[in-house]
Ligand binder design. Structure first.
Ligand code: HEC
Ligand code: HEC
Length: 298
């Protein structure tokens, strides 16, 4: 992975020196390779960028993969916020941001003006994203159509959590459990399946449904009774890729928004993710995980 990153840096340097005039507004513009764009598209989809930031205008259906933002969501606190426009539009999107500014927003939740993003943007999980993947996502965003979609900034009233975990640098491609852990970070399973101050992946977090109801995220640790310890890897893969539980019933609520994106998870990545989920230390939860209302898929 390091070698790849270094090679692409060297390549970018060559490409840059061969360009005569560089747009001063984009000093770090580098011509991305096809491979980098394909990787960026894949990472942007499985990480949910194209889900949360899909173009949504009042009265209009979401347009998957166009990144114009606008989808509203409500926090457990009741505060409503909208996903901003991250398309390449220079005025209303992030078309004028440098790749490193996009990477900083993704991995540290910091905007170019220094403001911290709401944790509804799962930057704490994305903090683990490798340089190669983060720059591939930035290149992908910049390669997509500009969408003109003006929206008001969200009110920022959030106490920021503890310091970010140490970055992991780059992944050893032969480290299978590490790879599954990495995918779980990109797909931010913990952002829903971990309650504030609760044990990782043990569920209990209250999430809002589009109809105003609530759903409590289940325990996905390997506890046999209160978690999913009895599930096979194939059943975990089906849950993530097809939103189907072992009894054939659908996974509903906020996770189902990722259905289109996570159906694209490669076989190897799905296996690594499932192996990692199976390896989660069992945590027994006693609290009742009551689903108060699941009316329809959002
Ligand atoms: C779970 C939903 C969700 C996912 C997944 C998500 N975002 Fe966000 N993102 C948000 C929200 C909400 C905000 C606004 C936060 C705020 O206003 O403080 C945001 C803010 C941003 C911003 C700052 C934009 C601005 O104008 O301030 C960027 C850039 C961004 N996201 C990029 C990404 C990328 C790239 C990905 C995928 C790697 C991604 N986001 C995934 C919800 C999400
Ligand atoms: C946006 C929030 C959200 C994200 C992100 C999320 N989940 Fe879920 N997940 C839920 C909710 C809510 C349910 C309960 C849905 C239901 O019962 O219909 C659920 C259900 C499940 C189930 C079924 C558990 C059971 O006991 O029925 C599994 C397995 C699961 N998630 C695994 C994952 C994995 C693995 C990831 C990351 C790749 C993930 N989830 C990401 C919210 C989320």
């Amino acid at each position: 992975m390091w070698r790849f990153a270094l090679a692409s840096l060297a390549l970018a340097a060559c490409q840059r020196s061969s360009v005569e005039a560089i747009d001063p507004a984009m000093p770090s513009a580098r011509a991305p390779t096809e491979k980098q764009l394909a990787r960026g598209a894949y990472v942007a989809r499985i990480s949910g960028c194209t889900v949360c930031h899909a173009t949504t205008r009042p009265g209009q259906i979401e347009t998957f993969d166009t990144l114009g933002g606008g989808a509203e969501d409500t926090l457990a606190s009741g505060e409503t916020y909208r996903a901003p426009n991250i398309s390449s539009d220079r005025e209303t999107g992030v078309g004028a941001w440098l790749p490193e500014q996009i990477v900083a927003a993704v991995r540290t939740g910091t905007r170019p003006d220094g403001a911290r993003l709401l944790s509804a943007m799962p930057y704490r999980e994305f903090h683990r994203m490798t340089d190669a993947d983060a720059y591939a996502v930035a290149a992908y965003l910049r390669s997509q159509v500009p969408v003109w979609n003006v929206m008001k900034r969200n009110d920022r009233r959030e106490v920021h959590g503890p310091a970010l975990p140490p970055p992991i640098g780059n992944i050893d491609p032969d480290d299978a459990p590490g790879h599954g852990r990495y995918l779980a970070a990109l797909m931010h399973c913990g952002s829903c399946h971990t309650a504030p101050d609760g044990p990782a992946f043990a569920g209990g977090k209250e999430l809002r449904l589009v109809d105003g109801g609530e759903i409590v995220a289940p325990n996905i640790t390997s506890d046999a009774d209160t978690g999913i310890g009895a599930w096979t890897e194939a059943q975990i893969i089906a849950a993530v890729r097809t939103m189907t539980k072992p009894d054939g019933s659908p996974i509903e609520g906020p996770m189902a928004r990722y259905a289109g994106a996570w159906a694209l998870l490669s076989d190897a990545d799905a296996r690594a993710l499932a192996a990692y989920v199976k390896s989660l230390r069992p945590v027994r939860t006693d609290g009742e995980q009551v689903i108060e209302s699941v009316s329809s898929r959002p």
